[in-house]
Design a protein around this ligand. Structure first.
Ligand code: G4P
Length: 526
């Protein structure tokens, strides 16, 4: 098959949600429909249960699962689908944000009883920033929840994206009748006693005014017709372009647990979701159809075996064809590397591949060469953009707790930061090291992994900080003045870039108001 055909038949996306909305269930049902798995329960929830904060075996177990389910590839109707898994626990949100840099589209799952929740808002912010097309799946219609119009309003206002329903629920909860698929003009009937099978109860209804409808959805027929009428009045008709440009999100309703509305979603998804898109680098835009290979590392997974230091680097292929045993340029190190056992991920299996194409994710064995954001090319000196670090929200000083193991500690911290577990800042005034994370769990993960993988001991000390933001300015005088006044609140990140450590929202606001020529950035890429 030609490179062009391979690219056009690929869909690389992530399913994201607030914990418990149904991401794992939907992923599993998509794999079932795709024939990639045959029994429910094969996809383990990549979720650290609430209250498991100090259960490190749980964390280790999750790390094992998460490498197995990091990428789930399968073929459906001649389309190669790559689902990228994202951690469910919000303390690992940064991992999720980075995964979103490697996808071409996103499916957001919302629990229709809970509506838009905090984690969904944050994830949508990243999608909006990257103009990633999103489809929304409103889940759990078998339970009583909000009115579907209210859900749509909530999505529009809270996620700041226009919506267009492509399916519509008929009643909900105990009286849930089914979903009308506007995309295909078909009515899917719901029978709650028939929970886990693929239902064939689909009625083709091209004319919703037909009296035949009563037979299936009475006494909700009039209500349903009114709803459809209102939808056509209020929402613009579906246009592929506005979805692809991330202005409008098509919305589906269903119940993942009951396999309901999932196939409609998948059928529509393979038709409308984008194939691999262009990617931005520091010097030019890379087109996936270019013949030369380019790709970047968006995730690094340390080996679970403490006796071996090798890690798995996940490379997203952006253009060209990746070939096993062919030397490629590691741009940051300026050296040639070839890979004898690149792995591809199909459903829950990992296997060695000879070729991979744009949109594919491959796992490369790494002995410490890779950092997040590293680029592979056929010689060209470019770096991909859009793999930022996000401003952390929790901070602690990290100190060496075993003077004999200083080297091990600094190596361990260095490698964990390369993996993107957290961020390290060095305070300018006293050289003390500060770990910044997006979630409290990370501190314990770092401490545990330092001890078990690097034989190093660390201890934390509290520091009262609100946010770290990267600063820049063309006004040298103002910058110097700022540096002088805020010396105790300045640090450098691991690339040596200057960071302002604000102790409170108030001090950040004051700094922004007073130093108007200084830009305060909340992601490392600006
Ligand atoms: P997550 O990955 O987004 O965190 O959510 P997950 O799929 O694990 O689903 C969270 C809970 O919601 C699970 O129940 C799951 O069975 C349930 N669920 C998912 N989809 C539906 C649906 O369409 N209808 C209903 N009624 N429930 C749904 P749990 O009790 O937390 O876990 P489990 O013991 O069932 O695995």
């Amino acid at each position: 098959m030609s490179l062009e055909k391979e690219i056009k038949r690929r869909r690389t996306f992530a399913i994201v949600s607030h914990p418990d909305a149904g991401k794992t269930t939907l992923t599993e049902k998509l794999l079932l429909f795709g024939g990639a798995i045959h029994v429910a329960g094969a996809v383990k929830s990549n979720k650290i249960k609430k209250g498991a904060t100090s259960d490190f075996m749980e964390i280790e177990r999750q790390r094992g699962i998460s490498v197995a389910t990091s990428v789930m590839g399968f073929e459906y109707k001649d389309v190669k689908i790559n689902i990228l898994d994202t951690p469910g626990h919000e303390d690992f949100a940064e991992d999720t944000f980075r995964t979103l840099t490697a996808v071409d589209s996103v499916i957001i799952v919302i629990d229709h009883a809970k509506g838009v929740e905090s984690q969904t808002r944050k994830l949508m912010n990243v999608c909006r920033m990257r103009k990633t097309p999103v489809i929304v799946f409103v889940n759990k219609l078998d339970r009583t929840g909000k009115d579907p119009f209210d859900i749509l309003d909530e999505i529009e206002s809270e996620l700041q994206i226009k919506v267009r329903p492509l399916s519509w629920p008929i009643s909900q909860g105990p009286t849930f009748k089914g979903v009308y698929n506007m995309y295909e003009k078909k009515l899917n009937l719901f029978f709650s006693d028939d929970k886990q099978t693929v239902s064939d109860d689909v009625v083709e209804i091209t004319d919703v005014s037909s009296p035949e409808l009563d037979k299936y959805i009475s006494p909700y027929t009039d209500h349903f017709r009114e709803d459809l009428h209102l939808i056509d009045e209020v929402y613009p008709s579906f246009e592929l372009e506005t979805y692809l440009s991330a202005e409008v999100a098509p919305v589906f309703f269903g119940s993942a647990l009951n396999n309901f509305g999932v196939q409609e979603l998948l059928n529509c998804f393979i038709n409308i979701a984008p194939h691999p898109r262009k990617s931005t680098t520091d010097s030019r835009i890379v087109d996936p159809f270019e013949s030369k290979l380019t790709g970047f590392v968006f995730k690094i997974h340390a080996n679970m075996d403490p006796n071996h230091r090798d890690r798995l680097a996940f490379l997203k292929i952006c253009s060209g064809t990746f070939e096993r045993n062919k030397p490629y340029t590691h741009v940051r190190l300026g050296k040639q590397i070839k890979f004898s056992s690149p792995s591809a991920f199909m459903a829950d299996k990992k296997s060695i591949v000879d070729f991979a194409y744009p949109g594919d994710i491959i796992g490369l064995h790494d002995t410490g060469n890779f950092k997040i954001g590293d680029t592979l090319t056929e010689g060209e000196n470019i770096m991909f953009k859009g793999i930022p670090s996000f401003s952390p929200e929790m901070f602690r000083y990290i100190e060496n707790a075993d003077p004999m193991k200083f080297k091990q500690l600094s190596k361990g911290v260095d490698q964990l930061m390369d993996e993107g577990v957290a961020q390290l800042f060095t305070q300018k005034s006293n050289g003390r090291k500060i770990i910044g994370t997006v979630g409290a769990l990370q501190f314990e993960v770092i401490q545990y992994r330092l001890e078990h993988e690097y034989s190093a001991l660390c201890r934390y000390e509290p520091i009262n900080l609100y946010k770290a933001c990267w600063i820049e300015s063309t006004n040298k005088e103002q910058l110097d003045d700022f540096r002088k006044r805020k010396y105790n609140n300045l640090a450098v990140d691991k690339h040596g870039r200057e960071v302002f450590l604000a102790d409170s929202p108030y001090s950040l606001q004051m700094a922004q108001d007073k130093f108007t020529d200084i830009k305060f950035h909340f992601t490392s890429e600006f």
